[in-house]
Structures are given as structure tokens and as C-alpha cells.
Ligand binder design. Structure first.
Ligand code: CAA
Length: 464
């Protein structure tokens, strides 16, 4: 492996103790609605946006759109059903379902109970009654906090059953707003167990939390309020804080022990970040690598390419320093040295998101699905995840790919996305505003929201 890519495989190959006690992700299933809106063409023309801005500046091509019969609960049930079928699971095998969402369909009732109700239409009434479920709300980081929690339950080993973590969301902003072209929808289900085939969690969690107004959805509002540019900055601040905490803990526990000239990311093959839109992942990796490389052998290569980073003691005017520092950060992000690392360790994780858009709390796991579908991860490689939730919080943690990873069948996700139905801007706008009452695709072999009764209770069915 070349120096810029790190060499963690060698460094971890002798550590078998971790592998034997492993708890982590054994398999995953992804559900994306079968309708999509292309973001170039009619959308960019009508919104008067240069298509290049969307495909290059933001990094998106298509937006997944839920049909009239879908909501966050049906999507969760669809990804769970696929996971159970893929892994030949029976309801009695599942001890806990932790569900992360910021698209709650009820202020009190846990979405997981609706999901269980739907699954019982397939597996039989009462078949999930021994399984507990809870909803994790913490913006886009909810599912990651659910994964952290369930992993400790599985590791405790007091119950032989497996855990399931579900992410499900509809990312929705007002029409014509700058958030509109980052929308998307989908669900990811993760099977969490001992001796997982895909990746073992290393159980180090670097955390950063701060009270912020970057993005929120007051009670009763159907779309989020977002302070766009501020939300980007909160994401970067939180990610840098959480990464520093992760690196310190990993060093203290001897998991990652950089020698002279080395840095933490030398021990990591894949960096996966929360993906509100693909360009954000590039901004995040630039911020993290700039922070991590500064005191390592990489920095002399950076300085050779873009010069010396401005330092505050050389400035009488603080504003001028801030301007020069921001310029230096832009040069760093465009440097060949950074772009080479970004292409090697990060870029592929955003492949599916380009075709789907933001799925909020599941986006980071859509990133994992991208790497798995592209067959980019080899056994023993280290994956480092940077989850972010507005409001705001970040959690950085790592996992190691297991020998069984190559035996897990592909989900054919890229091919499935190609089979979706393209919809017009008008059809999209009607669905967005809740005025498209008829399904555009006739449901088949799927869960549907059949009606909401006079009490507000939701009735779901399985359509064969
Ligand atoms: N051709 C190519 N590139 C172009 C271009 C063109 N014609 N015009 C503009 N661009 C580039 C810009 O230069 C910029 O790239 P650089 O940063 O490299 O300079 C990029 O396109 C973005 O353009 P803008 O800066 O003009 O951004 P915008 O006004 O479109 O807003 C946004 C972007 C703030 C993310 C907005 O889409 C938004 O509010 N989104 C929702 C909030 C969000 O996703 N925040 C992310 C962090 S919060 C989070 O992560 C939680 C979550 O899931 C929501």
C-alpha cells in the first residue's frame, strides 16, 4: 500500500483477540422508493440552476421520491423484510429492533411498533411479541446511537438473539429552497450480532455535542428549517471535535498507535461520513485530513504543493488571518495530495447517494452499502465512521472488516436503482405537497399506508 493510503492491515493482522470477541454488522438491507426525479433537465431548468452546480457543486444526480402509499414506516418495514429474507431470519431470532428516524409518524407511539405490525402481516400475528423496540430521535445521528446501544446489548451476551437497527427517513425541505435538491428517501436495516460477517465494531466512540440551531423541525412542521451554510460549519466543527476525541481514545487504548511521523488516518483504509449531499463528504474529509496530517510526515508534501499554512501570530489583523486561513483550506481541498487520499479512502462511499439524495439517519450506512456493492472493502481493513446529527452532535467510531465480508451476497443496489421509474417535476411537486393521493406505481409485494383513521391511527397493509 502506498504511504498516503496508510498500512493498517499490516498493523492489525496480529490482533486476533478483538476478532474473537467481535460484535458488529453481519449484513444489511437497503430500501429505496421506486420513483426518482432527475435533478438535471426539467428540475434545473424550472429552478433556474446550472445543472453543473447540482452534479459537481453538490454532487447529486437523482432524488428518490416516496410514492403516495409510502412513508418512513413502510420503508422501514421494507428494508427489515428484505434483511429477514436475505438472512433467513425468523421473528423469534430478533431480540430488539432499535429504529433511528427524524421522520416520526407519531409523537408517542414508537415507529417500530407499526413496523412490527406490518411484518406480522407476513410472519403471522403475535410473531414479534417477544421483541422490544424503541425509536431513537437525534436528527441524522439517531441510527448510529442506536447501533452503539444495541452493540453493548449484544456484547453482554445475556440473550442469544440478534439485534436489528433500522434507519428510515424522508428528507424534505420546502419547494424552491436551497435544501430542495439535497432531498431523498430510504431505509437501511442492519443485522447486529456476535461474530459478524461484515465488520466488527472496535467500541471506541469519539463524541462532540453542542446546542445549535443549524437544522430543526418544530412540532407540526412537515419540512425542516435549515440555516444552510451554518449547518455545514456545525457539521465540520462537530466532526473535527469527535475525530480528535476518537483519535485520543484509540491511542490511549493502543488500538491505533502512530509512530513518529505517522497519524491516525494512516491506520484507516476507509473514511465514511454522514452524507447530506456528496460534496459535504469531500469538505468533511478535507477538514479531518488537514487536522490529522498537520503533525505528520504528510504535511511536508502538503506544504510543498500549496505553501505554508497561515499562523495567527504572524497577523496583526485577525480578520485578515481568518480570510487567509479560509483560502488555505480551499487550496488544501483542491490539492493533488488531498484529492489522491480522498479518491482512495472516501469518494466511493458517496456513489449510491448521488442517485438517491439524503436519507438523513441512514445516509452513512448507504455509504457502507456503496462500498460493499462496489466490493471495495477487504478483510481486516479498518473503516472509520463519522456520523453527524444536526442540533448538533457527531460520533466517530471504527470497525474492522471481517474475513466473512466477501461471502455476503451483493444486494444489486445499483441495478435496482436503474429500474426505478422517472417522474416529472409536476408529479414530484404533487407528492411533495401531499396532493398526489394516487400511487404512481401500483404497489406489489410491498407494505402500504392504506389509511389514517379519524383518531390519527395509521393502518398499513401488505399488498401481494
Ligand atoms: N458549476 C459548478 N459548481 C458550482 C456552480 C456551477 N455553476 N455554482 C455553484 N457551484 C458550487 C459552489 O462553488 C460550491 O462549491 P465549493 O464549496 O467548492 O465552492 C457548491 O456548488 C455549493 O454551492 P453553494 O455554496 O452556492 O451552496 P447552496 O446555496 O446550493 O447551498 C446547502 C448548499 C447549504 C448545502 C443547501 O443545499 C442546504 O441548505 N442543504 C440542506 C442542509 C444541509 O444539507 N446541510 C449539510 C450539513 S447539516 C447535515 O448534514 C444534516 C442533514 O443531513 C441535513
Amino acid at each position: 500500500m502506498s504511504s498516503i493510503l496508510g498500512n493498517s492491515s499490516k498493523k492489525i493482522s496480529s490482533d486476533n483477540s478483538l476478532l474473537s470477541a467481535a460484535v458488529g454488522i453481519d449484513d444489511m438491507a437497503v430500501y429505496i422508493p421506486s420513483l426518482y426525479l432527475p435533478l438535471t433537465g426539467e428540475f434545473s431548468r424550472q429552478r433556474d440552476i446550472d445543472p453543473e452546480k447540482l452534479t459537481r457543486g453538490i454532487g447529486v444526480e437523482r432524488m428518490a421520491v416516496p410514492d403516495a402509499h409510502e412513508d418512513a414506516a413502510t420503508m422501514a418495514a421494507m428494508s427489515l423484510l428484505e434483511l429477514m429474507r436475505r438472512c433467513d431470519l425468523q421473528p423469534g431470532d430478533i431480540g430488539k429492533i432499535y429504529l433511528g428516524t427524524e421522520s416520526a409518524v407519531d409523537e408517542a407511539k414508537a415507529m417500530g411498533t407499526y413496523v412490527i405490525g406490518m411484518l406480522e402481516r407476513v410472519y403471522g400475528s403475535g410473531s414479534f411479541q417477544g421483541c422490544s423496540t424503541v425509536e431513537f430521535k437525534s436528527a441524522c445521528i439517531g441510527t448510529t446511537l442506536a447501533l452503539e446501544s444495541i452493540s453493548y446489548w449484544v456484547a453482554a451476551g445475556e440473550d442469544e438473539r440478534i439485534g436489528v437497527v433500522i434507519a428510515t427517513d424522508v428528507a424534505r425541505y420546502p419547494l424552491h429552497s436551497p435544501g430542495e435538491y439535497t432531498q431523498g428517501a430510504g431505509s437501511v436495516s442492519l443485522l447486529v450480532k456476535r461474530d459478524p460477517r461484515i465488520a466488527a465494531l472496535e467500541q471506541i466512540y469519539g463524541c462532540f455535542t453542542r446546542d445549535e440551531n443549524d437544522f430543526f423541525r418544530p412540532l407540526g412542521c412537515a419540512t425542516a428549517t435549515v440555516n444552510g451554510k451554518h449547518s455545514n460549519q456545525c457539521y465540520l466543527d462537530a466532526m473535527q471535535g469527535a475525530f480528535a476525541s476518537y483519535a485520543a481514545q484509540a491511542a490511549q487504548k493502543g488500538l491505533i498507535a502512530p509512530k513518529r511521523g505517522e497519524c491516525t488516518t494512516d491506520w484507516i483504509e476507509h473514511l465514511l461520513f454522514h452524507i447530506p449531499y456528496p460534496r459535504m463528504v469531500e469538505y468533511a474529509s478535507a477538514a479531518i485530513l488537514r487536522q490529522d496530517w498537520r503533525n505528520s510526515r504528510h504535511w511536508k508534501n502538503v506544504e510543498a504543493e500549496i505553501g505554508v499554512e497561515p499562523e495567527p501570530q504572524n497577523y496583526a489583523d485577525l480578520e485578515k488571518y481568518q480570510v487567509d486561513l479560509a483560502g488555505y483550506a480551499r487550496s488544501f481541498a483542491r490539492s493533488r495530495y488531498f484529492q489522491q487520499a480522498y479518491n482512495a479512502k472516501v469518494k466511493d462511499s458517496a456513489a449510491l447517494s448521488r442517485q438517491v439524495g439524503n436519507i438523513y439517519t441512514g445516509s452513512i450506512y448507504l455509504g457502507l452499502a456503496s462500498l460493499l456493492e462496489l466490493r471495495k472493502v477487504q478483510a481486516k481493513e479498518r473503516l472509520c465512521f463519522g456520523a453527524y446529527g444536526s442540533g448538533c452532535s457527531a460520533l466517530v467510531f471504527s470497525a474492522r472488516a471481517m474475513p466473512g465480508i466477501s461471502s455476503v451476497p451483493s444486494r444489486g443496489l445499483f441495478e435496482r436503482l436503474e429500474r426505478r421509474r422517472e417522474i416529472s417535476l409536476q408529479e414530484y411537486e404533487l407528492l411533495h405537497e401531499g396532493e398526489g393521493k394516487e400511487s404512481l406505481n401500483r404497489p406489489s409485494e410491498e407494505f402500504v399506508l392504506a389509511r389514517i383513521d379519524h383518531q390519527g391511527y395509521r393502518h398499513y397493509e401488505y399488498v401481494r
